[in-house]
Design a protein around this ligand. Sequence first.
Ligand SMILES: C[S@@+](CC[C@H](N)C(=O)[O-])C[C@H]1O[C@@H](n2cnc3c(N)ncnc32)[C@H](O)[C@@H]1O
Length: 266
Amino acid sequence: MPITEPISVRPNVPVPNRYGAMCTEIYDLDKPPGSLPDVPFYLDRLVGTQGPILEAAVGTGRLLIPLLEAGLEVKGFDQSPDMLASCRRHCAARGLSADLQQARFQDFAYDHAFSAILVPVATFNLIDDFAEGLAVLKRFHDHLALGGRLLIDLMPMGYLTNEKPDIRTWTAANGDMLRIEGRAVEIDLVRQRRVTHDRYERWRNGRLAESELEVMAFRIWGLAEFQLSLAAAGFDQITVGADHQPGRPPGRSSRILNFEARRPAA
Ligand SMILES: C[S@@+](CC[C@H](N)C(=O)[O-])C[C@H]1O[C@@H](n2cnc3c(N)ncnc32)[C@H](O)[C@@H]1O
């Protein structure tokens, strides 16, 4: 098999960044709707926004739901049927109706413009190719109204070479132990790309009842590289902060970078 053949065409190898059933179940246990410190940050940044907002790769609705509950008009798309099904369940349980579509960053399309587009929790890093990332930024730009804002959170560069395994456990409602073991299997410093194998497991009475492999492929952007890419896609008023703390500049210990940019008003 030639080494250049993309993972996605190899038989029996999971499509990268699939977010399947066990991944969704654990996402919901680990990050239920309304969790994580970015929620008050986004509520604050979006207060008073007129017109529809788009959350790209909306997932389980972790952020979408508190935004809807605050009275904002938010729509979302995601490529994972499992994550979207969870989002629909969470919305229904709260009597919320949301416009949700199955689509990818690379091909989403709406027939109207948005006042703001959000890409929280470093999900943009799951676009693992530079040219594709640039094309998606242009697609965001073209889906914003004049003066509309793009808010994107990215992992800092240090994540590219982090080789520490990620091992965590949770207890499901029925008492099963759910476990993830994630390891970097490929770090490409030239393409700024990293692949991890995340093994999801369900343990019952000390026996492995189920397991799933998620192949996760990321591209890590340099800070100035991303600012230049936003400008190349047509954005202005580009700012970057850190850790969802307004006014905090990025530094050595930053855990997440918070970019904001505007489609020029005219
Ligand atoms: C870390 S979760 C974030 C979910 C949600 N935005 C949140 O803040 O909790 C990443 C999401 O990106 C979705 N995703 C991954 N690659 C995608 C792509 N190419 N197009 C659309 N969605 C994608 C996954 O299905 C998953 O729901």
